[in-house]
Design a binder for this molecule. Structure first.
Ligand code: UDP
Length: 499
């Protein structure tokens, strides 16, 4: 079924948002498309070019047609400190407005590139743009050059369907923000409080309403949506979302499974901050299924008080653990000081591994010693945990992470929540720990204990997680649902181009 090589191949231009959780899956997608003989160009800033050149160079050496198109990110013009070319490098989320202004400024240079080079023969005229949904001006650009625009949504179909139901019903507007309500019209009985909803329904202090409305408006106009999920994991929601989008939905994930080869897996997204052999050796020394791996994504920044509870909860769980400590954010020095003064790293050195900076997450998750994943429920991480067949401890923080938690805990039944109560709006330098939002060490310890326990419910959860892991892997193999969906996407664009 795979499309044959072609002298005048399709040429897809991928435009990712400059944030690890958005660009990493796009890079994976580029490889998948190129393996089906599509030529792919990816628009990247200089910072992301540095981060992703090694993986793209390897792909090119293996014969894939992928090119990185470097574009200058206008930090100074947008009032950003020099070098802040990705959301994870912002010194504070107060800069988020400046960040989006810089992104708007990219429209003109990209359009010049399209008219000078990309529409001509480099390597062939652009057949389609796959744009992150947050880069809204690509809608106007695609109209101008008459190129089909597909949006890449970093989220899953469950989130799409829930969001649609919330929009229509406005049910979240009725009661107090901490009162649970039932989302109407879903295949499952799902409850949320308004406090748990993403900013679109529950705005925070930062005024990004304009960006959100534009995202929604331009998403509606797109030709279709590519989703990083696989059909088997959320079948009823995939069907529902397809109905909403007139069938133009392609579920092509888990994209993390597109990384083949040790280097692509260990260096996915960034250069790991730990020697990967040392990390593997540490894991090799632990019993199968005994380690809890904990990482809260690329953007979460805990307050020192919350970090203390997090680290002590892991210690008190008595399991071997890996904790990823982010180095960005104004409070990271305070956190480091606490680690030193408390002595936790030294005290737990036999069974605790502190990784500062970037962890080789997908490599770690696939190691047999890892038995559970404590995650902030970013969709990439969640799906990586599902693909690794792991039960999860869920600690959602912001955006649509509470929705992802619900999918794991309530629908797949493969996780246990730490009891996070509401989103923490990005708007300070780090996730604020006001007293009602601080997750206590006892709650973290309890959730880890339940996920790792050997009694019946723990075993059943582990078994279900393993089954979803097997389904995930099958979906990307030849003949699997995601494998076929990539092909359907390519054929759809082929038909459009012929018209
Ligand atoms: N990631 C990683 N190492 C880290 C932190 C994050 O490899 O130390 C990767 C992770 O595997 C995932 C992505 O970064 O692919 C984070 O995306 P996600 O949607 O989970 O969360 P976000 O960072 O967008 O909140």
């Amino acid at each position: 079924m795979a499309s044959p090589p072609n002298n005048n191949p399709l040429h897809f231009v991928l435009i990712p948002l400059m944030a690890p959780g958005h660009i990493i899956p796009m890079i994976d997608m580029a490889k998948l498309l190129a393996r089906r003989h599509v030529s792919v160009s990816i628009l990247v800033t200089h910072l992301d070019a540095t981060r992703f050149s090694p993986v793209i160079d390897r792909a090119v050496e293996s014969g894939l047609s992928i090119q990185l198109i470097k574009i200058r990110f206008p930090c100074e013009e947008a009032g950003l400190p020099r070098g802040c070319e990705s959301a994870d490098t912002l010194p504070s989320y107060h800069f988020i407005g400046n960040f989006f202004n810089a992104i708007i400024m990219l429209q003109k240079p990209l359009e010049e590139l399209i008219s000078k080079e990309l529409m001509n023969n480099n390597p062939s005229p652009v057949s389609c743009i796959i744009s992150d949904k947050h880069i809204t001006w690509t809608a106007a650009t695609c109209d101008k050059f008459r190129i089909p625009r597909i949006v890449f949504d970093g989220m899953n179909c469950f989130t799409q369907v829930v969001s649609n139901a919330l929009f229509i019903s406005k049910v979240y507007e009725r009661g107090p923000p901490d009162e649970p309500f039932l989302v109407p019209g879903l295949p499952d009985e799902i409850e949320f409080t308004r406090n748990q909803l993403p900013g679109l329904f529950n705005p925070g202090p930062l005024d990004v309403t304009g960006v959100r409305e534009q995202v929604r408006e331009t998403e509606k106009r797109a030709y279709g949506v590519v989703v990083n999920t696989f059909e088997e994991v959320e079948k009823r929601y995939v069907d529902e979302f397809k109905t909403l989008k007139n069938g133009k939905v392609w579920c092509v994930g888990p994209l993390s499974l597109s990384s083949k080869g040790d280097l692509d897996i260990s260096q996915r997204g960034n250069q790991a901050s730990i020697d990967t052999d040392q990390c593997l050796k540490w894991l090799d020394g632990k019993n199968p299924g005994s380690v809890i791996y904990s990482c809260l994504g690329s953007l979460s920044r805990l307050s020192p008080a919350q970090f203390v509870e997090f680290a002590l909860g892991l210690e008190e769980s008595n399991h071997p653990f890996i904790i990823v400590v982010k180095k960005s954010g104004s409070k990271s020095e305070e956190i480091e000081n606490w680690i030193k003064e408390d002595g936790i790293e030294e005290r737990t050195k036999e069974r605790g591994l502190f990784i500062r900076g970037w962890a080789p997450q997908v490599m770690i998750l696939s190691h047999a010693s890892v038995g559970g994943f404590l995650t902030h429920c970013g969709w990439n991480s969640t799906l990586e945990g599902i693909s690794a067949g792991l039960p999860m401890v869920t600690w959602p923080m912001f955006a649509e992470q509470f929705l992802n938690e619900k999918l794991i805990v309530r629908i797949l039944n493969t996780g246990v929540g730490v009891g996070a109560r509401g989103v923490v709006h990005l708007g300070g330098d780090e996730v604020k720990a006001s007293s009602n939002k601080l997750v206590k060490r006892s709650e973290i310890k309890e959730a880890i204990w339940r996920v790792m326990e050997e009694r019946e419910s723990g075993c059943e959860r582990r078994k279900r997680a393993k089954e979803f892991g097997e389904m995930a892997n099958k979906s990307v193999e030849e003949g699997g649902s995601s494998y076929l969906n990539i092909e359907l996407l390519i054929r759809d664009i082929q038909q459009l181009v012929k018209k």
